[in-house]
Design a binder for this molecule. Structure first.
Ligand code: GDP
Ligand code: MG
Ligand code: MG
Length: 250
């Protein structure tokens, strides 16, 4: 049985280092369709499974503005892996956790890997894994691509989430924004995830607008107040700030 696993994360958080640790020499390089950005894939065997990893281009969000972002997002939207490992830098986890919340919003089957745990430990940072799991409602693994800590546990968690998908949190953006999300959702074509698409449209993602129905009123986008647009990322960051305060001592 093959399990496809996407390695998602900000640039320079250790995705490729983890990938190398996970698959060793069993890797090959291809190109992403239509562009000359390399796509690295590789496999490893774990129990009865073949874990097939894809090392995705580093991104800060799932709003597609750069080529890398578009490649990563299209891959996640149109050929979602069975499991997505969101690699987060333990030394400064906020931006990675933001991406994690977006991946959850997209409806991916997500695991969080807090990487560079060796460095975090050296700096006296204490990460409460079960607290993170409680607030993020996804499996959390503390990993080091340098020492190998957490690598076996990561493989185990990948198999576990493949067998039983996780049900992550749904961020509540407050009445006004939630009403707008519902309104825009009515105007979105049947797609991978209407809520995610509506949220991206409200945030101003031009690419997501392609999924608006043709007969949708033109003014639906003109009438979105700036406060509603900005409430989406800011609500995520508020949530993250709380989770970090309650789960990470530094
Ligand atoms: P990517 O851009 O996400 O693929 O990140 P890389 O794998 O290229 O790693 C970026 C830098 O972080 C490199 O200098 C790695 O050696 C370092 N790095 C990656 N993982 C770890 C880790 O677990 N611990 C420590 N201390 N450094 C790491
Ligand atoms: Mg890099
Ligand atoms: Mg890399």
């Amino acid at each position: 049985m093959v399990i496809t696993v996407g390695l998602l994360g900000n640039p320079n958080v250790g995705k490729t280092s983890l990938f190398n640790k996970l698959v060793g020499a069993r890797q090959y390089v291809a190109n992403w369709p239509g562009v000359t950005v390399t796509r690295i894939e590789g496999a490893t065997t774990y129990k009865d499974y073949t874990l097939h990893f894809v090392d995705l281009p580093g991104v800060y969000s799932l709003t597609a503005t750069s080529v890398d972002e578009k490649l990563t997002r299209d891959y996640l939207l149109f050929s979602p892996p069975n499991v997505t490992v969101v690699v987060i830098d333990s030394m400064s986890p906020e931006q990675g956790m933001f991406l994690l919340l977006e991946a959850c919003e997209l409806g991916l089957n997500v695991i969080a890997a807090f990487n560079a745990i060796d460095e975090a430990k050296k700096s006296g940072i204490k990460i409460d894994k079960s607290s993170l799991e409680k607030f993020l409602r996804v499996p959390v693994v503390l990993t080091s691509a340098h020492t190998g800590e957490g690598i076996e546990e990561l493989k185990e968690k990948i198999v576990e989430s493949f067998r039983k998908a996780t049900r992550p949190i749904v961020i509540d953006y407050g009445n006004e924004t939630e009403e707008k999300i519902k309104e825009v959702e009515q105007c979105v074509e049947e797609t991978f995830n209407k809520r995610f698409t509506a949220i991206k449209i409200i945030e101003g993602d031009k690419y997501a607008r392609r999924f608006l129905k043709k007969d949708c009123p033109n003014d639906i986008l003109d009438t979105i107040p700036q406060e509603i647009r900005t409430s989406i990322p800011s609500t995520k960051y508020e949530y993250i700030t709380n989770v970090v305060q309650l789960s990470i001592q530094r």
